[in-house]
Design a binder for this molecule. Structure first.
Ligand code: NZQ
Ligand code: ZN
Length: 388
């Protein structure tokens, strides 16, 4: 049965090849000072920086540049961004980049006027925001996280070896996001497929929970099928607009809070993957891929019926004359074959994990209780060992 919920998503999306032109319209809603946050050199190389700067200039904005947001943004970078925002009293933070830049912009948005250390307040203690929030807008260049239409913000504290995500409320969601699939064409294949798996795993994290008849599960099966189909086309031809636009839209729907409504949701692959990220700084989607097969094979007996449904409805496994266990096993084998086919990293060693790190990674894994099995420390260690 669907649980009780309230649902609101306040982010306005502009999707398509011409979507950036609407930035000008959005900029008119905010004051004159814009903090332009972006990553390293990708937006300068592919021309997105110039296009955005031109529109900012036309709109008469004073721009405070905030470059160098790294993948897996750090708490040190967050403090730096807060300083820029506060000292210049910016009216809008414009994030141009992938999930890291969008997450970082939300972190700066809630932290610039926070009187305590934001890392402690928002990430370690997960407290609500009770200070001034600076509005955020996004121009997305990398697809996967769904950060363009949610309140998620993941920050890494390398010193403490902790990578923590805070899911903020509607007041922190981006006010608008611009999604042009063409902007993602220049992504290296490694990042493109990491993003594709991030999307897939966002869906499975929500799908593999509960045993009820829930509309969201049917929606998620459709999203998974579309993603698998488009991923194969995009891997063969990264410039296929139809495939890239479908992937972009699926990413948004996978984690814009709609399909999670009324579900308990799992999120353990993400919790383990984030802890791997804290130790290795590896690409987010790859940390998920590396631990997924060991995790899903381990929890399969606890949620058998759903794994059977997954095999049948997502992977088209023939069921006649087979036991439930056999069907579920074949579904997971199909998933693994697809993951290998699109070129994901399937083990932790390749991401730089060593035997010595395993205890610490397990220790740093936050244990959630919404999936089919609440994992013990030993079980997490075991999953990590099987993922090496
Ligand atoms: O730094 P630049 O030069 O911009 O290069 C980036 C970066 O190296 C590059 N890139 C982005 N767009 C490009 C491009 N290269 C060429 N052409 C383009 N158009 O791609 C690299 C990765 O970018 P990043 O933003 O780090 O990737 P992603 O979007 O996967 O974001 C990862 C972060 O999001 C968090 C992750 O934990 C990680 O910190 N997540 C956020 C979530 C949320 N807000 O809900 C949920 C996710 O599960 C995830 O945890
Ligand atoms: Zn993710």
């Amino acid at each position: 049965m669907l649980g009780n919920f309230q649902y609101c998503n306040p982010t306005k999306l502009y999707f398509g090849e011409q979507s950036l032109t609407f930035l000008k319209e959005e900029l008119q809603k905010y004051g004159p000072k814009v903090q332009l946050s972006y990553g390293r050199d990708s937006i300068k190389k592919n021309g997105i920086y110039d296009q955005v700067m031109e529109l900012l200039k036309e709109a008469g904005k004073t721009v405070f540049e905030d470059p160098g947001v790294m993948p897996n943004p750090t708490v040190e970078k967050l403090y730096e961004g807060c300083k820029i925002a506060r000292e210049n009293e910016v009216d809008l933070i414009l994030a141009v980049g992938g999930g890291s830049v969008c997450d970082y912009a939300k972190a700066v948005s809630v932290s610039a006027y926070c009187e305590e250390d934001p890392w402690e307040k928002y990430y370690e203690r997960m407290e609500e925001v009770d200070n001034r929030i600076i509005p955020v807008g996004c121009v997305l260049t990398m697809v996967g996280t769904g950060s363009e239409m949610n309140g998620g913000s993941v920050i890494t504290n390398p010193e403490r070896k902790r990578k923590i995500g805070h899911v903020f409320g509607e007041n922190v969601f981006p006010k608008f996001s611009i999604l042009n699939p063409v902007f993602t064409y220049t992504l290296p294949k490694y990042q493109m497929v990491a993003g594709i798996y991030d999307i897939f795993n966002h869906i499975t994290e929500q799908y593999f929970s509960g045993e009820d008849d829930n509309t969201s599960d049917y929606v998620m099966e459709g999203l998974m099928k579309s993603l698998i189909h488009s991923s194969r086309i995009a891997v063969a031809d990264p410039m296929d607009y139809e495939a890239r636009s479908n992937i972009m839209w699926t990413a948004t729907w996978a984690l814009n809070t709609m399909v999670e409504q009324g579900k308990t949701t799992d999120w353990m692959v993400h919790m383990i993957g984030q802890s791997v990220g804290a130790y290795t700084d590896a690409t987010h989607g790859m940390t998920l891929a590396a631990v997924s097969m060991a995790y899903y094979r381990y929890i399969c007996p606890y949620g058998l019926q759903k794994f059977v449904r997954f095999a049948e409805n997502v992977w088209g496994v023939q069921t006649e004359g087979k036991s439930k266990e056999q069907i579920a096993k074949e579904g997971l084998a199909s998933m693994e074959n697809w993951m290998r086919e699109i070129g994901l990293v399937m083990n932790l060693r390749e991401l730089g994990v060593t035997e010595e790190m395993i205890e610490g990674i397990a220790e740093g894994t936050f244990v959630m209780d919404g999936g089919y099995k609440i994992l013990s420390h030993e079980e997490i260690v075991d999953i990590l060992r099987k993922s090496m």
